[in-house]
Design a protein around this ligand. Structure first.
Ligand SMILES: [Zn+2]
Length: 307
């Protein structure tokens, strides 16, 4: 669930010229190439030649070569903001920074569910009507529509950064700050898999027929399979299990969460059970235990649908 503090757009006075250039210089000092963007007027009209007709007011470069001209040089940046003191601050993505660009509250909830977090681990930016999640650059391409309402700004991408002004009159703001000393979080594997265009298909065998799972279910399942594979092995001393059972807990939890999903969303139960079983068996659990755990977790999940 997206808390009220996450859903509030930042409506404050527009940033001053000094604040804009200071922010641009700070990003550049962290190695992110910066570029000046057009500025929306309070009426939503863009400062570009298209004015009120502009399709992306305040979101596109003022420079002739656009992203190619983005720079980390402070002298260059000062010169740009001297020329256009109220230029919005654009950041080139794909090297230091990659961004999950989320359009709606529903899309944000989906992403947080997939990540299994209440709040994302790193910087969270409120845009005019959506959110940006900032991650460390990891060579991912840009991709549109990895989930409904979610794009990825990777190589060759551009984002508008705080404290720029949105055409709606809202200011781009950090709802969770970036503490530069701590670095940006790595892109979680579950998002990474959605961004990469063609993951190696699972070889088709009798044991794993093609399952027609949608991307959301596939991503949720992949995240759970990963947790099962990485769950701690039990610690055996003197023939007795003294700690652990982490894999069975992970399996139970996975079955529960996927059952919750199934309660709200048409999924192929047989395909999911097969994949959970394969992962659990290869993590060393016994077949009987696996079937029992999946069945009880799944039933409990069905009985407690996700909101
Ligand atoms: Zn424009």
């Amino acid at each position: 669930m997206v808390s009220r503090s996450l859903s509030r757009a930042g409506r404050a006075r527009p940033a001053s010229a000094a604040e804009l250039v200071a922010a641009a210089l700070r990003y550049a000092a962290l190695g992110i190439a910066v570029l000046p963007l057009h500025t929306p007027a309070p009426t939503g009209r863009c400062s570009c030649r298209d004015g009120a007709e502009c399709a992306s007011p305040g979101k596109h470069p003022r420079l002739r070569h656009g992203l190619l001209d983005a720079s980390t040089q402070s002298a260059q940046i000062r010169a740009w903001w001297q020329r256009w003191p109220y230029a919005n601050v654009g950041l080139a993505t794909g090297t230091v920074l990659e961004v999950g660009d989320i359009d709606t509250g529903a899309a944000l909830r989906t992403v947080l569910d997939l990540l299994d977090v209440v709040r994302p681990p790193g910087p969270l930016i409120r845009t005019g009507s959506g959110w940006h999640l900032w991650y460390a650059g990891s060579g991912l391409p840009s991709r549109v529509g990895l989930l409904p309402g979610v794009d990825w700004r990777g190589r060759g991408g551009l984002v508008v950064a705080p404290p720029s002004l949105h055409a709606s009159g809202a200011r781009y703001t950090f709802q969770q700050p970036w503490t530069p000393g701590s670095g940006l979080p790595a892109c979680p594997p579950v998002l990474r898999r959605l961004v990469l265009p063609d993951p190696t298909p699972t070889p088709v065998t009798a044991a794993s027929p093609i399952a027609d799972l949608d991307r959301y279910t596939e991503a949720a399942l992949a995240g759970e399979l990963e947790r099962i594979r990485h769950a701690p092995r039990p610690l055996i001393r003197g023939g007795r299990r003294v700690a652990g059972g982490g894999r069975n807990d992970a399996l139970n939890r996975a079955a529960f969460r996927l059952g919750q999903l199934a309660a709200r969303h048409a999924v192929d139960e047989a395909a999911i059970r097969r994949r959970l079983t394969e992962a659990a068996l290869s993590a060393g659990l016994g077949r009987t235990e696996v079937q029992r755990t999946i069945s009880s977790g799944w039933r409990a999940g069905l009985a407690h649908p996700r909101r």
